[in-house]
Design a protein around this ligand. Sequence first.
Ligand code: PLP
Length: 381
Amino acid sequence: MTAPLPPKVAVAVAALESPASAWLYDPGALTARLAAVRAALPEWTVLYAMKACANPAVLAAAARYADGIECASGGELAAAQTAGAARLAFSGPAKTPADLAAAASSTTPVCVHVESGRELDHLAANGFTGPVALRVNRGRALPGTHRMTGAPTPFGMDEDAALAAAARALALGLDVAGFHLHAVSNCLDAAAYAAHVTDALAWSAAAATGRFDLRYVNVGGGLGADPRGDVIDLDALAAALGDTAAPYRAAGVELVVEPGRYLAAAAGWYVAEVVDVKSVAGQAFAVVRGGTHHFRLPAAWGYAHPFAVVPGPRTGPVLEDAEVRVCGELCTPRDVLNGGQRVAALAPGDRLVFANAGAYGWEISHDRFLGHPGPDLVVID
Ligand SMILES: *Cc1c(COP(=O)(O)O)cnc(C)c1O
């Protein structure tokens, strides 16, 4: 049911102290995914959206091998600079005056993805000399788990407002480079993603005509990598795009994609040791050291994250041939990592390993709740 663990992951799991509770990160898995994106989109600039996974080793690999880092907060901007990124993009709908001042004084080149007219005023007041791209909320829906467009969301500006913002930015003396059209997360449909790209490019070229010289179109992130294992077919994406990029590149437009999930998902494993097994009201349970306060994604989305069992020294009752519900150590019935997966045998001391957990795993978790010790953070390079 679940793929075998890579040998170095199995070794790292075995080396954890008991009761094990850990995140394992392999920066090499991120760079392998990055290579796949570059192979499929050779004419594109690839930025890493660091909010998917900001583990320092993973971020360092992205800073080194991606073209730059996409940041969504002032804190991320500082971390990406520290990690040595060659260039930055700064997005996010709640940039404070201090965040915008930090962008203006950055010694690393930064393109600000502007979400409103207010941001332009702060950038101009701080003497920002870098490029700005206007974030457009185009009102189209794309298949995926999180849609930023196609329904009212606080991200970006309506088309008319974006064009008015372009005029305002030019009047303020800012360098308007283009548009930012991040629209979706976890899109597994290559044809739909290709249509988004084609549409974003055509809209941007038309919108810039007669207003400013278009140099930059950023289609956002959203390349799908589902935590249950499915990924977007990059060959199909490349085939669907054909030579769509060529005329834009020939006209001097930089084309940018900024995936987070697709790059980070395969680079992280969550490990939780079974503390107890029992049956309550006919349901088999495994209770682990850890839970959704370390790995919130399954609870946030309401799905069962598949796991592999690494048998430990079995120190208690053994559950045999059962469909087990895996729960964490929190005092809430919502602390469920997997609502039911069949196991041949399971006992206290066994370690459960959740693969494809690197994106939006530890980053989105609420580890203060109940005051349990945090997970070990282990790099298995
Ligand atoms: C989160 C985010 C991304 C990355 O999205 P993924 O679905 O992880 O690829 C890219 N751009 C912006 C503006 C974002 O907010």
